[in-house]
Design a protein around this ligand. Structure first.
Ligand SMILES: [Zn+2]
Length: 247
């Protein structure tokens, strides 16, 4: 019995040694030659290695910045002070801060597919305006939005996705009604614009805190659609035109 037990222990130990060696070699390989951006798509491990390599590059850039200007990042540790909160889409083609030329600490971002506004998104914006004193909230849809497109085509989706698309559907319905005779492209654009406006209205209608701050003129609220190709924004509502109804 003991013999069997001992041989099992030896087998487990040997397996661990082999696994350790294999993973050690893999880790060394990743360190030596990180995967390319294209290779990162091939597997979770490659994506993680690429992510780690990107972080290494970021660290190198920050170290260089600190060498040139010691203490330049100390302010970040004291707390954030963004000047704008953006409610946007989680689409990876829309890195809002980057598109707008923003620096670290400029943009407070709440991103959900289709720039929908959930309870948690509202809470996040309330946190931004109440505790960070952010003076401007912008709801920003974008052209070629996949979530809006999926809702327009009534794509069959499972899991929690129908719930999300349900938040976009009223915008599709109102835009379709208003855009009589529009071609496919114009209707798509109208739906995206209506969806951004709907999310802005949701912020106003569902949050007494946000509504009050807007009414008092302490927070500006705007919405628009950003163009992926040149970052130009087609504004639908600017802060001066937002007049929330008292509730
Ligand atoms: Zn989108």
């Amino acid at each position: 019995m003991n013999k069997v037990y001992n041989s099992r222990l030896i087998l487990i130990a040997a397996t661990l040694v082999i696994l350790n060696a294999a993973f050690g070699i893999a880790a060394q390989k990743v360190e030596a030659t990180p995967p390319t951006r294209a290779q990162a798509l091939a597997s979770p491990a490659a994506a993680f290695a690429f992510f780690q390599a990107a972080d290494e590059n970021a660290k190198i850039a920050i170290r260089a910045q600190l060498e040139k200007n010691p203490g330049s990042r100390d302010g970040l540790l004291l707390g954030q002070s963004p000047y704008v909160a953006i409610v946007g889409c989680s689409d990876s083609r829309v890195p809002y801060g980057e598109l707008l030329g923003a620096k670290s600490n400029d943009v407070f971002t709440v991103s959900l597919a289709g720039n929908v506004v959930s309870d948690d998104a509202i809470a996040s914006i309330e946190y931004a305006v109440k505790y960070l004193n952010v003076p401007l909230v912008v709801v920003l849809g974008h052209d070629h939005c996949g979530a809006v497109s999926a809702c327009m085509t009534e794509a069959e989706v499972g899991g929690a996705l129908p719930q999300l698309l349900g938040k976009i559907r009223p915008a599709i319905q109102s835009a379709t009604k208003a855009c009589v005779g529009c071609d496919k492209e114009a209707l798509f654009a109208a739906c995206i614009a209506a969806n951004a406006k709907l999310s802005m209205d949701e912020l106003l209608n569902r949050s007494a805190k946000i509504r009050t701050l807007v009414q008092e003129g302490k927070v500006g609220l705007a919405c628009g659609v950003i163009n992926l190709s040149d970052a130009s924004i087609q504004w639908i509502v600017t802060p001066t035109t937002v007049t929330p109804a008292a509730k």
